[in-house]
Design a protein around this ligand. Structure first.
Ligand code: GLU
Length: 305
């Protein structure tokens, strides 16, 4: 299949959609993104790469970081982790407080904000003050790239305006589902969200999930096969908040979005993809990114179904 020309077709077909959607503004620093940016990357497990658009431009990975922290926490705690966070879709917005109150502070899954905050808390219990550097080290390992870092301005901006996330963590602390100091946990969570990567690096970073848990370029085992299956399953059912069903319906691949405008997706046993376009739909997922991935699976037949 000629992936490079498929990328060119996609870039052409998404053009009319640039007038739709809205760049995230509830974290003021995110609003600086260029609404007209578009990039898409495909990296196959046998080492071929195809890119289009601004695939070298770094953007804030935001909730895509939840895949990395969940993987690291699952590796450390296995099933024990599910005492603190579930694995069911929430059907609610990414930052919702409602469900958390009547479900006694146990978030539905690790890919909504509350669930990711609990996951980060579990990592702090393990790595203490070294948690963020361990997360960064882990991302460098999965992406086979040593240059990755975070953006201090985005981190500070989220720290200053993260009222809802502060409510979530305090509510969970009241239910005794946060073990560490709330300030430490929320800062680490915001820091992981402000990590900057481009579509090339993010596609590389997801290859282990397309390859039963082994990074195919370095041949390093990141996580065992059974756990890689579970991470992919959760990305399929919970990767896009209250639009997870819609994403599975239209795209048919495990994926995870972030409000920075990135979406990663996995074609099991074949490849990982990443698309970037910062204008979001109502549920906080990249509008053009979702469409581009839908076009990709329609044109190639490479969905999991
Ligand atoms: N840092 C963002 C927040 O907590 C992440 C949300 C997202 O990317 O969907 O609001």
């Amino acid at each position: 299949m000629n992936y490079q020309s498929i990328l060119a077709e996609i870039q052409n077909e998404i053009k009319p959609l640039f007038k739709e959607g809205k760049v995230a503004n509830y974290i003021p620093a995110l609003q600086k993104a260029n609404p007209n940016d578009f990039a898409m990357s495909i990296v196959t497990i046998d080492g071929n790469e195809y890119h289009i658009g601004c695939s070298d431009k770094n953007f804030s990975i935001q909730s895509i970081s939840k895949v990395f922290t969940f993987t690291l926490a699952l590796e450390n705690y296995s099933k024990e982790l599910y005492k603190k966070v579930g694995h069911e879709p929430s059907g609610d917005p990414f930052n919702s407080l409602v469900q958390l109150e009547y479900e006694n502070g146990i978030p539905r899954n690790p890919f909504i904000n509350a669930g990711a905050i609990v996951t980060t808390d579990s990592l702090i219990s393990k790595y203490k003050d070294d948690t963020f550097s361990q997360v960064l080290k882990f991302i460098k390992k999965t992406s086979n790239n040593n240059t990755i870092n975070f953006d201090n301005e985005i981190f500070k901006s989220e720290l200053e305006h993260g009222y809802r996330n502060l409510s979530l963590i305090n509510l969970m602390k009241s239910f005794k589902n946060i073990d560490n100091d709330t300030k430490k946990v929320i800062e680490t969570y915001f820091q992981q969200c402000s990590i900057m990567m481009n579509t090339k690096q993010l596609a590389h970073s997801m290859l282990f999930l397309a390859n039963h848990g082994r990074q195919p370029i370095t041949n390093e085992i990141i996580i065992n096969e059974a756990k890689a299956k579970r991470i992919n399953s959760l990305m399929l059912t919970c990767g896009h908040y209250d639009a997870s069903g819609d994403f599975a319906y239209k795209v048919g691949l495990p994926g995870k979005s972030g409000v920075g405008g990135g979406i990663v997706a996995v074609v099991p046993k074949k490849m990982a993809l990443c698309v970037y376009s910062p204008k979001l739909n109502k549920q906080g997922n990249s509008l053009i990114g979702t469409k581009a991935l839908e076009l990709f699976t329609t044109k190639t037949g490479l969905s999991i179904f």
